[in-house]
Design a protein around this ligand. Structure first.
Ligand SMILES: Nc1nc2c(c(=O)[nH]1)N[C@H]1C(S)=C(S)[C@@H](COP(=O)(O)O)O[C@H]1N2
Ligand SMILES: [Mo]
Length: 247
């Protein structure tokens, strides 16, 4: 017994000594610390992704928030909703949720509101600053009881590209970012049709094409595989834009 324990202690000492020797060799050091670096890098990336996008004053707003992409969905369904001032519009919230929701504009207005003056950056090289208002997407997802299996949020729009609705998706870091809102007001007015009436996504840490306009459906999914061609958005699937368009 005693002998056994002694040899065990001697063995650990040798191991420790060995470890010491190994760690002094530069290559081994690199390998040993690689994991730690990766961990730190990941942590940094996550912390940065929760940082807020800059916000501006009312005076810094652009005189005009130009439209881009679809300026009017032009379908008979959308025209009918527009004719009724969007009283019959409902945002469907579904997928991996315990309680699917069907939200009117006044339902969106009944959530706690976030107001933010932010800069929109389009990949085509223009920017504009405007004031947006709406509930946080995260609050809406919480109200729907998002399930643990959800990994992405997919947005389906009223406008068509090549006969199919425009679509986009974001991950849960962006979905629960405090500046990610379902905006129904632009510069203190209901959204103009050209800017996505009656409701559009604002996902302030991402480029313009992620900010889906004319929202019809918000869906929590486990994977993007079944969405479009699998890359998570219309432009990602068709023009090879990056799915992660962080700024
Ligand atoms: N449904 C839908 N959302 C969309 C687009 C679109 O064509 N359809 N264009 C995207 C692009 S490329 C940009 S830059 C912004 C433009 O928003 P704006 O028209 O309010 O300027 O909307 C994004 N969201
Ligand atoms: Mo854009």
């Amino acid at each position: 017994m005693i002998l056994g324990r002694r040899s065990l202690i001697a063995g650990s000492a040798a191991l420790l000594a060995g470890c010491d020797t190994v760690i002094q060799q530069p290559a081994a050091r690199r390998i040993l610390f690689l994991g730690e670096d990766m961990h730190r890098g990941l942590q940094r990336a996550l912390v940065n992704r929760n940082a807020l996008a800059p916000e501006f004053t009312g005076a810094e707003r652009s005189p005009f928030f130009r439209p881009n992409g679809t300026r009017d969905p032009g379908t008979s369904e959308y025209a009918a909703l527009q004719a009724g001032k969007f009283a019959d519009w409902r945002l469907q919230v579904g997928g991996l949720v315990a309680q699917p929701l069907s939200l009117s504009l006044s339902d969106l207005g009944a959530f706690p509101q976030r107001v933010q003056i932010t800069r929109h950056d389009c990949v085509e090289g223009w920017s504009a600053i405007a004031k947006w208002q709406g509930p946080k997407l995260g609050d809406v997802l919480k109200a729907a009881g998002m399930r643990d299996a959800a990994r992405y949020i997919v947005f389906t729009c009223a406008d068509l590209y090549g006969g199919a609705p425009y679509y986009e998706s974001i991950d849960l870091v962006d979905a629960f970012h405090p500046q990610t809102i379902l905006a129904w007001a632009l510069n203190d007015r209901f959204l103009p049709v050209m800017n996505g009436a009656p409701c559009r996504l604002r996902v302030e840490r991402q480029l313009g094409y992620k900010h889906a306009k004319y929202l019809m459906r918000v869906e929590a999914v486990a994977s993007l595989d079944g969405i479009g061609k699998g890359k998570g958005g219309y432009w990602e699937d068709n023009v090879d834009y990056d799915w992660y368009a962080g700024i």
